[in-house]
Each structure stands twice: as structure tokens, then as C-alpha cells.
Design a protein around this ligand. Structure first.
Ligand code: NAD
Length: 487
């Protein structure tokens, strides 16, 4: 496929391409351009031209553009779900859910932009009128990771466009195909330049996109390491950085929880998308009295998970998206074993598959805080489990990483639940139901998990709008204003 700049399809200026691999079969699905700095600059110039008119459209008209986008996505959703499964790997059912969330997100922001978004504030005198307005920033870089290629794209472009910005989308080099298909099926009604899609490697074009002076907003989802690089690279430019970064989420299973129910919930929240979710449950702390029974139940559920091609309806867990993910998973497992952990199930690449990046769903028991699997994001199908003594210790353990994205509590004691959600440093807390998204609920991370802005909810719209206070005195001569008046 070609990439999409200024409403036209094109190759990279130097003709270089990237092969997109099906992680379940290792077959090449297609190639896309490996954009150059010159291509990025063309996309930004186009985005800047389009912004001049797009920002002036009444909110009602931008809403209509978004509604049309949502209708077309709905019409073609089955094709997108299948293509996403081929290029990303997770099970088809999970891609159906991804499309549901995309559609909900677009509809939510299409409506929200028609609400009041500013306010009138009390003026200090009777000939003045003071109000607060919100306006778009301009061309916005939307940089997307491989794990939710469309969901994370719409979490950015739906509010950014609704707010009157234009966007330059850079999908992950591993999963650009569904994004380019959007331009074929879903985005063609937008004026040229309002949405540009540039495909390429982060280390080849990332800086050209993020440090360009005509791009005031960077909406980035990805690893903390790349997020920190963007902060450093743009520090002198003081940009609007909207960074959604890594996680090391924990769950606490209280003594009054049904261990079988908790095991099913945790197996799901740790193994969905082969553990490649920023909010995957990677650490589990279980009340001492429940620990042996919970482990038994968890092992039974995890051992029964079927590993396979995401297009196979019997598949529970698909492949990892890319072979490069294996190294970290294996390093974390080896480190845990060396420090005394037990691997109760899994622990290695699948021997059942001749091709594809399949790793066996893995349960690590008796994990201790200084293991890599308790500190660094693993981003694979593993879950590390440890017992806790009391709720205070459980909360300390949950907070004992540099990340603060999400946290899960499973139990029924309201005092413990309150203690948990008040004291845990995490942007989202789920109680008894791990990981659902709510488009009206702001999503983002504390500590090293993000730049403290949020996606979704009203906050997710205001991230793409700059606040301006206007003081307007409509009769300055009527008052004795002290303007160095010596008379
Ligand atoms: P990544 O950081 O390797 O890449 C993300 C995107 O950034 C890709 O498009 C990549 O090409 C681009 N990129 C790489 N170098 C760049 C540079 N120097 N400048 C600009 N862009 C550059 O992440 P990934 O491996 O694709 O995704 C996994 C990571 O994303 C995990 O850490 C995960 O936790 C995180 N993530 C976070 C959230 C969240 O909401 N907090 C959601 C999903 C994923």
C-alpha cells in the first residue's frame, strides 16, 4: 500500500518500503512506504494549509464529518477486524471489541463538541465582559503503538479533529495496514490535509515529526523510553505533549474474594492480547490465606488457554506481535527463576507452532519485588504472583514501581476498597472487573506512565484545545481607567 498525504496516495521519497508480517504465520502481508524526513515535511505543510479552514468550521459541521466517519467504519468493520487480526495477532473477538470502542469514541466526541466548551466568568466592572474560550492548537502529530492500532488512533484523532485540529498520523511500523485502509474506506470525505497518514520507522522520521516547529501538539502512545526521548527532543520548544506511556499494573485479591472467579478475571486481564496491553495485569498480590488456592485455580485456567492464529474461532490467545518481544519475556522469566520464583505453567516459546511468534501463557509464582518481572514492563503473556500479609502491605507492593497506569482490586470489604482507591497511585482503578474502557472516563497514567494528561472523557477533548481568557471592555472611556492619565 502507499501512504496518504494531502488526500493523495504516494510512495516514500527514496522509494524505501517496510514489510508488514502476519505474526501468526510470519508471511509478508504487504509493504508500506518507509517515509523520509521530506515526506514528513510535506505532510506537515499539508496539515498546516488544511488547518486554516478546518479550524473555522462550525462545530456542527465537524460533528457531521465525524458521524460520517463512524458510519463508514461501521459499514466496513468486519474487514477491519480481519485485517487487524492478520497484522496485529490478537484474537478476532478482541478486534471486534476494539472496533466497538473506536465507534463509541467517535460518536462520543462528535456529540461532545456540540456542547458548551468555554465559560463566561464574572467581570470586575460593569463595562467589561470576561470569558474563557478553548481553541485548537494546529497540526497534531498522532503517534500510535502496535497493540491497539485503531483504538488508540481514534482516541486521538476523534477529539483532535472535533476540536478543530488537523492530524498527521504515524502508525506503528508493525501495524500500518488497517490505518491506511481507513484512508480508503473511511476518511476520503475529509478535505485534503485534514488527516495525513505517514508510515515509517520512529528512529528515521520520529524527530522530524515531533520537533517540527509547525507541530505544536504531540499525542503519543508508546513506551516510556520513547516518551522520555520526545520530552528531551522537544524540551526547548515547550510543546503540548500528550504522552501515554508504559505500565506495570498490579491486582490485589482480597481474602473475601472467590478464588475461582478471581483466577478467571486475572487470567483474562493478563493474557488478553498476549499480555501486550499497557494495562495488562502483570503483578498479582493475593491474601496469604487464599494464595495456594488462587494459584491452583489460576494455573488451571491459564493451562487451558488455546494458543493459535487469531482468526481461528477457537483461539483464546494469539501470537505476540513481533519476535522482538520474546527477548524481554525470556529475560524476565530467567531472572525470576534465578531469584527463586517457580514457573507453574508455560515459560517458553510454543513448540506446537512451526511458525508465528507464539509464547506459552506463563504463571510465575512466589515473585519478589526486586525481580525484573516485578519492576519492568514485560509486555508478554506472563503474570507474576505473590502473597501479601495485610491491605497496607498490598498497597505498598502495588505502588512499588515507577509506573502508575492502572490497578485492580478484587474483594468486597468497603473499608479495604476505599483504602485501595485512595492510596494507590494509578490513573484508573478497577474494582472487581479488570480493564473495561468507558469513553466518558478519562484514561491515562500517573508517575512514569504518562505526561499527566488524559485520553477519553471531556479531559480527552481539552487535551487538544488551548485555553484563552478574554477580557473585553466595551466602553473604556466611560470609566476612569488609570492609564498614566495625569490630567
Ligand atoms: P514504541 O514506543 O516502541 O513505539 C510507539 C510508536 O512510536 C511507534 O509508532 C514507533 O514507530 C514510534 N516511535 C519510535 N521511536 C520514535 C521516536 N524517536 N520519535 C517518535 N516516534 C517514535 O511502543 P510499542 O512497542 O509500539 O508499544 C508498546 C508500548 O506502548 C508499551 O510500553 C505500552 O505500555 C505502551 N502503551 C501505552 C498505552 C497507554 O495508554 N498508556 C497504551 C498502549 C500501549
Amino acid at each position: 500500500m502507499q501512504m496518504y498525504i494531502n488526500g493523495l496516495w504516494c510512495d516514500a521519497a527514496d522509494g524505501e518500503t517496510i514489510a508488514v508480517i502476519n505474526p501468526a504465520t510470519e508471511e509478508i502481508l504487504d509493504t508500506v512506504p518507509s517515509a523520509t524526513v521530506a515526506d514528513v515535511e510535506r505532510a506537515i505543510a499539508s496539515s498546516k494549509r488544511a488547518f486554516a479552514d478546518w479550524r473555522k468550521l462550525p462545530a456542527r459541521e465537524r460533528c457531521d464529518y465525524l458521524k460520517q466517519m463512524s458510519q463508514k467504519l461501521e459499514t466496513h468493520r468486519a474487514e477491519f477486524e480481519e485485517l487487524l487480526t492478520r497484522e496485529q495477532g490478537k484474537a478476532l473477538a478482541e478486534h471486534r471489541e476494539e472496533l466497538d470502542i473506536c465507534l463509541n469514541t467517535i460518536d462520543y466526541y462528535a456529540q461532545l463538541i456540540k456542547n458548551g466548551i468555554g465559560k463566561v466568568i464574572p467581570a470586575d466592572n460593569e463595562t467589561a465582559f470576561n470569558f474563557v474560550m478553548r481553541e485548537p492548537y494546529g497540526p497534531t502529530a498522532c503517534i500510535i503503538p502496535f497493540n491497539y492500532p485503531l483504538l488508540l488512533l481514534f482516541w486521538k484523532i476523534a477529539p483532535a479533529l472535533a476540536a478543530g485540529n488537523t492530524v498527521i498520523v504515524k502508525p506503528s511500523e508493525k501495524t500500518p495496514l488497517a490505518t491506511l485502509k481507513l484512508a480508503v474506506e473511511v476518511l476520503a470525505h475529509f478535505p485534503p490535509g485534514v488527516i495525513n497518514i505517514v508510515t515509517g520507522y520512529g528512529d528515521k522520521i520520529g524527530d522530524a515529526l515531533t520537533t517540527h516547529p509547525e507541530v505544536p501538539t504531540i499525542a503519543f502512545t508508546g513506551s516510556t523510553a520513547v516518551g522520555q526521548h520526545i520530552i528531551r527532543a522537544t524540551a526547548h520548544q515547550v510543546k503540548n505533549l500528550h504522552l501515554e506511556l508504559g505500565g506495570k499494573d498490579a491486582a490485589v485479591i482480597a481474602e473475601d474474594m472467590d478464588p475461582a472467579l478471581a483466577a478467571r478475571a486475572i487470567a483474562t486481564s493478563s493474557m488478553w492480547n498476549a499480555g501486550q496491553i499497557c494495562t495488562s495485569t502483570e503483578r498479582v498480590f493475593v491474601a496469604e490465606s487464599l494464595y495456594p488456592q488462587f494459584l491452583e485455580e489460576l494455573v488451571a485456567v491459564v493451562a487451558a488457554l488455546r494458543l493459535g492464529d487469531g482468526l481461528d474461532p477457537d483461539t483464546d490467545v494469539g501470537p505476540m506481535c513481533d519476535a522482538s518481544g520474546f527477548d524481554k519475556v525470556e529475560r524476565h522469566i530467567a531472572d525470576a527463576q534465578a531469584k527463586g520464583a517457580r514457573i507453574l505453567v508455560g515459560g517458553r516459546r510454543s513448540s506446537q507452532h512451526d511458525s508465528g511468534y507464539f509464547f506459552e501463557p506463563t504463571v510465575i509464582a512466589d515473585a519478589i519485588p526486586d525481580m525484573l518481572c516485578m519492576q519492568e514492563e514485560t509486555f508478554g503473556p506472563t503474570v507474576a504472583v505473590a502473597p501479601y500479609r495485610d491491605i497496607e502491605q498490598a498497597i505498598d507492593l502495588v505502588n512499588a514501581t515507577s509506573y502508575g497506569l492502572g490497578a485492580v482490586f478484587m474483594g468486597h470489604n468497603p473499608r479495604q476498597i476505599r483504602q485501595f482507591f485512595v492510596n494507590v497511585k494509578a490513573g484508573t482503578v478497577w474494582i472487581n472487573d479488570p480493564l473495561p474502557d468507558n469513553v466518558a472516563g478519562p484514561f491515562g497514567g500517573m508517575k512514569h506512565s504518562g505526561s499527566h494528561s488524559r485520553e477519553l472523557g471531556e479531559e480527552g477533548l481539552f487535551s487538544f484545545m488551548e485555553t484563552k481568557h478574554v477580557h473585553w471592555d466595551f466602553d473604556p472611556a466611560a470609566r476612569a481607567i488609570n492609564w498614566f492619565d495625569k490630567s
